[in-house]
Structures are given as structure tokens and as C-alpha cells.
Design a protein around this ligand. Structure first.
Ligand code: SF4
Length: 415
């Protein structure tokens, strides 16, 4: 399922842990939107070339909700006109609770937004303060109610675990509060030390000690258990969708937009630092609002977008090995895992000893699609060697998802 991502590069303040590209400097929204309109025009044939139609629009950032409703309307208008869209089946906007008012939410709904992703992160004020979030716990819950009461049926909230100061009791409390809201979707991420973030500098200065791995693992296990008990399907390592029989979109309450990244569908990223993939090649804009505006405002709009060569933009066609590794990295993060027939056959053969080793250690399961039959190592080896892989899937059992990065890296083919 193809999708469009728009990076709105503005934040009112910077969160302690954040390594995303954004600027605090207000007053450049108009220039940014004008440049974005140009970029959209320049890339209007992206999906035609990829042979697909976009079905999801995700406006993220940064903080899209720092844009006034009129600014967002200009962005959405340009996207709809540029790509010939009328209704967008899944249209998500990321918001900060501090920006949410009934009027703003009604404006979003009027634009066709049918899914909101809100960065709650914690329900504990001292933790929110340490994270330099600009909302309190009470404002987070209030914003959630405002979203609900003003027409947003599909709400996702973000939570963070695994940081110094988050006790087991704190984490249980956060899970209690999150579940009491009953959002359709929850994304939960372990605190990571992102280069360029304030937290990164704090670690270097010895002012922050990452939480012990074992404690993080226990918090992740509690997350899995509590959300499963509450009726959420963990369909990806960090993502949980509420299961309500008979409700939801055709894919339930899963994020259809994010699913397109994981199944390697084409997507177009617009805005500074955004990345795109057309099914063959990856391309990206650099992380600078100033250069973004200069580049697209001055660009010859009749130039061939495929032949884009500048020091501001970048692109690469993945090697066979890189593409194989990426398929594993993206696919094994999902509940559905990877279909072996979609992997490069000779590289799969080369990875077989490592697959068997991980399989023997209980870190991988291979089964036939449509059945529950678990395939033994010998049977799997015969299938890989014969090339008769139709329906074979490889997954990481959910009990091992906390260490999935390490498992997946063991399977990588060196370029
Ligand atoms: S986490 Fe979100 S709101 Fe915070 S600085 Fe990063 S992009 Fe901005």
C-alpha cells in the first residue's frame, strides 16, 4: 500500500531524547509551505512512475500541530491537487497535546484527517518535565478527550519506556492510564540515545546512565502482557492495535501507513530530511529547512525528477545484499514475518547456516502460511535448497522481540 509522508520541520521546544530534524525558529512556515508546494509539483508523477496510487497520507515531524489550521489546509490542498486525491483512506496527523483545542480538532476533521497520532510519552509530570515535553499529564488526557469528542475515531498514542527513573511501578501506572483511555493504537518505544539529542550530550557528560538492559526487557514484557490482556494485537515490535471484532478498517486498527514501510511498498517523503522509496531506489532531502526552501524555490520545475542530482538531495539503489538485509530487518519486525519466496534465493542459501543456528536457539520459527505447522530445520533446508518456498514464512517469536535486532543482524549478508 503506497503512501505519502510529509515532514513538518517545526517544534516549539526540543525534547531531551529527540534526534529528528526540526527547528524552533517560527516565522518560516509560509516559506516552507511554498517550497513544499513546489516539491509536490516537481514530484507529482512519482506514483505514476512507480505504478501505484497512494492510499495513506501521514503528516509528521517535527510537530505538525504547530501549524495553524489554515497552514495545514494549504499543505493538504497541495497534496490532493498534486496527486489527484479526493478521499484518503488513512490520513494521519501527529499532534502535541498542548496544541489541541476543540476548534483545531474540528478543522483537522474537516480536512479529512481520520487518524491522529499523539505523543503522550508518559502520564507522570516529573518525567514529562525531564523529557522537556511541553504538556503535562493532565493536558495529555484532556487532549485525548477533546480529540474523541470532536470526531477523531482512530487515535494512536506514543509511550516511552526504558529510561533512568522509570520504576516498574511508574511503568505500570503509565500502562494503566494508557489503557483507561482505550486508544485504537499504541506505539511504545524504548528510550534510545540518539546522536544530536540532548540526552546524547548528557550521556557523554556522565549525567545520564541508560537503564539496565534487564530492566528494559522486563518493562517491554509487561507492555506485551498488559496490552495483550487488554485486547491489543502486537503486529510489530513497537506497535499494538486494538482488536474489536467487526470494527476498524480492513486492516483493523493497524497503521496502514507504517505497514507500507515494513512491506517495502513505494512511499514518497516530502519536506526537509524526508526519505522516499519508489520500489527500486531510495532518495532523500537533506536536513536543512533553509537549503530545502532555496532548493525547491529555485529549481527548474521542468527538470527530470529522476535525474535529480544536487548536494542537497541524495539517492541510492540498494545492492542485492543490502536489499536482502533490509527485507529481513523490516519483515522480521512484524508479526507476519517474511515470506521466504520474496527473498533473494542465492542469498537465502548463503544465510542458511545462520538461519539454522537461530532456529535451533528458538529465535526463529518457520511455518507454512495458512497453517500452524512449524517446520523443522531439515524440512526448511530442503525447501530452501529446492527453491520450493511457496507459502513458507519466517518469524521471530514475540517472546524474543526484545532482542530481535540482534537476531536479525545475525542473519545479515555482508555486502
Ligand atoms: S520528539 Fe517530536 S516534539 Fe519532541 S523535539 Fe522531537 S520532533 Fe519535536
Amino acid at each position: 500500500m503506497a503512501g505519502i509522508y510529509i515532514h513538518i520541520p517545526f517544534c516549539k521546544s526540543f525534547c531531551t531524547y529527540c534526534g529528528f530534524y526540526s527547528v524552533k525558529d517560527r516565522g518560516r512556515e509560509d516559506k516552507f509551505i511554498a517550497a513544499l508546494q513546489k516539491e509536490i509539483f516537481y514530484k507529482k508523477d512519482f506514483f505514476k512512475h512507480a505504478g501505484v496510487s497512494p492510499e495513506t497520507l501521514y503528516i509528521g515531524g517535527g510537530t505538525p500541530s504547530v501549524l495553524p489550521a489554515g497552514g495545514l489546509a494549504r499543505v493538504v490542498g497541495a497534496v490532493k491537487e498534486g496527486f489527484g486525491l479526493v478521499d484518503i483512506p488513512e490520513f494521519t496527523v501527529e499532534v502535541n497535546p498542548n496544541d489541541i483545542t476543540p476548534e483545531y480538532v474540528r478543522s483537522l476533521a474537516a480536512l479529512g484527517v481520520n487518524r491522529v497520532s499523539m505523543g503522550i510519552q508518559s502520564f507522570i509530570d516529573r518525567h514529562l518535565k525531564w523529557m522537556n515535553r511541553r504538556h503535562t499529564a493532565a493536558q495529555g488526557e484532556q487532549a485525548y478527550r477533546i480529540l474523541r469528542e470532536n470526531g477523531i475515531r482512530n487515535i494512536s498514542i506514543d509511550l516511552i519506556f526504558g529510561y533512568e527513573g522509570l520504576s516498574p511501578e511508574d511503568w505500570e501506572y503509565n500502562l494503566d492510564r494508557a489503557l483507561s483511555l482505550a486508544p485504537e493504537h499504541i506505539s511504545a518505544y524504548q528510550m534510545s540515545i540518539e546522536p544530536g539529542s540532548v540526552l546524547f550530550s548528557m550521556v557523554r557528560r556522565g549525567e545520564y546512565r541508560p537503564l539496565a538492559e534487564e530492566v528494559c526487557r522486563m518493562q517491554y514484557c509487561r507492555l506485551q502482557d498488559r496490552l495483550a490482556e487488554a485486547g491489543y494485537e502486537q503486529y510489530e515490535i513497537s506497535n499494538f492495535a486494538k482488536i474489536i471484532p467487526g470494527e476498524g478498517t480492513p486492516s483493523g486498527w493497524r497503521s496502514r501507513h507504517n505497514s507500507s514501510y515494513w512491506d517495502k511498498s513505494p512511499y514518497l517523503g516530502l519536506g526537509p530530511s524526508a526519505h522516499s522509496y519508489d520500489g527500486r531506489k531510495r532518495s532523500w532531502n537533506g536536513s536543512s529547512l533553509k537549503r530545502y526552501c532555496e532548493y525547491y524555490m529555485n529549481r527548474d520545475m521542468n527538470a527530470d525528477a529522476d535525474a535529480d542530482e544536487s548536494s542537497y538531495t541524495g539517492g541510492e539503489t540498494l545492492s542485492r545484499a543490502a536489499s536482502f538485509n533490509e527485507s529481513l530487518m523490516l519483515g522480521l519486525r512484524r508479526k507476519e514475518g517474511v515470506l521466504l519466496e520474496e527473498l533473494d534465493r542465492s542469498l537465502l542459501n548463503a544465510a542458511l547456516p545462520d538461519i539454522k543456528r537461530m532456529h535451533a536457539a528458538g529465535n526463529l520459527i518457520v511455518y507454512r502460511e495458512g497453517g500452524t505447522e512449524i517446520i523443522g530445520a531439515d524440512c526448511m533446508e530442503r525447501a530452501v535448497k529446492s527453491g520450493e518456498l511457496s507459502g513458507y514464512k519466517m518469524i521471530i517469536p514475540s517472546a524474543k522481540w526484545f532482542v530481535s535486532d540482534g537476531i536479525i543482524r545475525e542473519l545479515f549478508i555482508l555486502s
